[in-house]
Ligand binder design. Sequence first.
Ligand code: PSU
Ligand code: MN
Length: 345
Amino acid sequence: DRSIGLHSLHKRTFASKLRRHSSLAQALRKQAPIDIHPEVEDALGRNIPVVALESTIISHGMPYPTSLETAQSLESIVRSTGSVPATIALIGGRIKIGLQPLELEYIADTTANPNITKLSRRDIAPAISMKRDGATTCSATLIFAALAGIKVFATGGLGGVHRGGERTMDVSADLQELTRCPVGLVSAGVKSILDIGRTLEYLASQLNHVQRGVDLSTNTIGNSWSFYTARSGFKTPWRVNDAGTAATVLHTQWKLGMTNGVLFAAPIPEEYEAAGLAIQQAVERAISEAEDNGIHKSGKEVTPWLLKRVGEITGGKSLASNVALVRNTALIGGQIAVEYAKLER
Ligand code: PSU
Ligand code: MN
């Protein structure tokens, strides 16, 4: 049948055009320093679901060797859902979309490798130009995931407005990046070291294109914005209960040409909630110590310092919670990516 033949020919031409004009194809043509892990490349080319994972959480957010073990377990959790993990980092000035085992080990140990820089948007071009090594925050990971055409990204805590941010203007680049990158970001919420209320205000006003929270939990009451507890008192405007609906939200949004990201809040698993109050108290103490020591003035050092201090005060409890919640987001991210790939078929 001639019309069917024409139709599929048209589709093929269209698809190849899209591929040629994808941001990744363009960047590669301009010889951008990007290395895509063969497994990730294969997956991207065949519509096999891929989940991006950030590297700052392991380099600057957790102590070694928990960092490495966590990074490895996140990759296997993503695999268990049928998705391919792509941990993103910068090594020798090259953007790595998916890391080899030794590269993952390297990034996870900042004590042995103190030259690994924490990278946000502002740091990317200088770090590449000077051939540096760096771990990507949510903001930088969003940029590279979008560039590679990866639709889903799983992380622990999203950056946001710091306490006192109305004076210090310390607002994470993560928020702004979500408005630019067509990626579904699965996170346990904004860290409780932050000003959750102001972060949500920022999302609502500055980032009015961001769909700011689709609660994937089946077991909470929709209060999922805090980090160590699912009961922060702040509610998400929308709630979905399964990965299929979450994927449909992404698909619908991008089909309509709204090229911003979507933030999915996946609350910490219930069994880790008990520790939430003690951790929150440690957070309050760490924040006032940071102010006494002038740490709050030092920009990108603030988050790693607070996370480390809260870990010390709680005797490792916050670390265990942190690991548990990011494992949970990796699982949910993998499931959403699988459902999304079905919609693109
Ligand atoms: N949450 C954690 N550990 C981390 C981070 C978040 O539990 O290390 C990192 C993420 O990479 C996030 C970044 O993007 O902190 C935000 O840092 P800042 O506040 O400097 O923008
Ligand atoms: Mn900050």
